[in-house]
Design a protein around this ligand. Structure first.
Ligand code: UN1
Length: 516
């Protein structure tokens, strides 16, 4: 029998696990019932490398059962009035609110981000539930003027059916929340494949959702779960029963997913890598720059897709920004530690693999001419801790500057004017998030205009990370082009029907064509 590791069960510090009622912790599959007949996977704590729990993944049959159960649940779910589905999502939001503390702690324990960020992530899910409830009473179609007498031209939105969500380790709950809360009110059912390294968070989340569904007499296979590896991902990509596949992860894997889904003319929503820059113009408020930069570069140990990886500084303020930034970094270096500890500002990287990539990138940057201004080393001998790192001296188009490494490494670049800085912002393959710090209104409009930032997210006087749920989240180019969360992202979870109704006794053809 597999269970949560005894060191956790017996330690008071982890008593929050009881609040999450992780009774079936060994089962990584939910198809209306908890099961799992695949290989055993281990959940590891990034703070100490110890095993938190062992989980039974899903195999091909488990996947098949999830699809069938979800398709069955769809028949009833899609037929409910939208506000009724909104009411269920409201209750899910409330159930998450009640468990925000233990769930946030579990995110910190399993993913490694500090507790305020773990809780913040659950808050993002709560927020999107509220947003989805509003949507359930406002999502509407259109009536378009028809050119023919006695005809009505309408646009109506219908659910897609079963959708797949593949989420990444860095936001093990929020990104599922963005997708599932919106998809649920839209009338879809959802099959979730979480990152292989954050199974417990997924189990705790589905545990909460399924109880709400069951309390309302609804088939809980509306939200199914299949933990597993690349095999389950491949199933989702190639399966014509998955009407939309929402994928968050690397550009490389996302590219393969996109091609596979496209081969069968399925829909995909891709949230891939970023290489986000903050531009500090000569007229920037430097106090705001420093505070924002520290959070955007070192927050979440550099593991957000919105993390700032390039700091493009006007030559007139370059020295000042660099020296103040180093001072700020020297304060966080004393606050590296257990993400569940309230004093910690910088938690560990997520895995041993992430640490290896950090080391590789540092040595690559040095080979390409980079100088370490701050950090660059591993911290301690247990867990996956690294120093927040600042690297100068690289060319704006060095290969290492153009690639994404999920670690707290920022490259600082000296630009001679805003035009040059904007062209550097845009020259990378990725196009997720970007920020400009300036006090000049003309610069702001240049930045948000057709020749400004080419990213999906364009900020002014705030960092690149920390987007609100109300806007559409996503990016251009190698970031994949998808948009999820707020604004009109809901349209991706539905199919648009253009409807023409002839309510006359005549049969006029469009464009005035006569065919008699
Ligand atoms: C991600 O890194 O995959 O904008 C999502 C942010 C968060 C979401 C990040 N609200 O930083």
């Amino acid at each position: 029998m597999l269970s949560t590791s005894s060191y956790l069960i017996n330690d008071k510090k982890y008593s929050f696990l009881k609040d999450l009622e992780l009774k079936e912790v060994n089962h990584g599959v939910f198809n209306g019932n908890w099961t799992g007949n695949g290989e055993i996977t281990k959940s590891i704590s990034p703070s100490n490398g110890k095993i938190i729990a062992e989980i039974k993944n899903g195999n091909k049959n488990d996947y098949e059962d999830c699809v069938k159960a979800s398709e069955e649940a769809y028949k009833v779910w899609a037929d409910l009035p939208l506000p009724k589905r909104g009411e269920i999502v409201r209750q899910i939001g409330n159930a998450l609110r009640e468990k925000i503390e233990p769930l946030g702690k579990l995110v910190s324990l399993e993913m490694g981000k500090i507790l305020p960020e773990g809780i913040g992530e659950v808050q993002e899910y709560v927020d999107i539930c509220d947003y989805a409830v509003g949507l359930s009473r406002s999502l509407n179609g259109a009536i378009i003027p028809s050119e023919r007498p006695g005809h009505a031209l309408l646009e109506k939105w219908n659910p897609l059916g079963l959708i797949g969500v593949i989420s990444a380790f860095n936001f093990p709950i929020a990104v599922y929340g963005w997708n599932s809360a919106i998809a649920m009110v839209c009338g879809d059912t959802i099959l979730w494949k979480p990152a292989p390294t954050t199974p417990l968070v997924s189990i705790a989340t589905i545990n909460i959702i399924s109880k709400v569904l069951e309390q309302n007499g609804i088939n809980s296979a509306v939200a199914t779960l299949c933990n597993g590896g690349a095999d389950i991902g491949k199933n989702l990509a190639t399966d014509t029963r998955i009407k939309l596949l929402s994928f968050t992860g690397s550009t490389q894997v996302g590219h393969q997913v996109g091609v596979e889904v496209q081969k069968r003319f399925g829909k995909h929503l891709l949230e891939l890598g970023g290489n986000n820059a903050i531009i500090v113009n000569e007229d920037a408020d430097i106090d705001m720059v420093i505070t924002s930069t520290v959070f955007a570069c070192a927050g979440t140990a550099g593991q957000r897709c919105t993390t700032t990886r390039r700091l493009i500084i006007h030559e007139k303020v370059y020295d000042e920004v660099l020296s103040r930034l180093k001072k700020a970094y020297s304060q966080i270096i004393n606050r590296i530690g257990d993400p569940l500890d309230s004093k910690t500002l910088l938690g560990p990287l997520h895995s041993a693999e992430s640490v290896a990539k950090f080391e590789q990138t540092i040595s690559e940057a040095q080979k390409q001419g980079g100088a370490i201004e701050f950090g660059g080393k591993l911290v301690g001998s247990t867990g996956f801790f690294v120093e927040p790192t600042i690297i100068s001296g690289l060319k704006h188009d060095s290969p290492v500057v153009h690639s994404e490494c999920f670690a707290p490494i920022v490259y600082i670049l000296k630009a001679s004017n805003l035009k040059e800085a904007i062209s550097w912002n845009n020259e990378v393959p990725q196009g997720l998030s970007s920020s400009l710090f300036t006090q000049n209104v003309n610069n702001i409009f240049e930045w948000i205009g057709p020749f400004g930032s080419d990213c999906g997210i364009i900020n002014v006087n705030i960092p690149t990370s920390g987007a609100e749920i109300g806007g559409a989240f996503g990016g251009e180019k190698h970031t994949g082009g998808g948009r999820e969360s707020g604004s009109d992202s809901w349209k991706q979870y539905m199919r648009r029907s253009t409807i023409t109704i002839n309510h006359s006794r005549e049969l006029p053809l469009a464009q005035g064509i006569k065919f008699e």
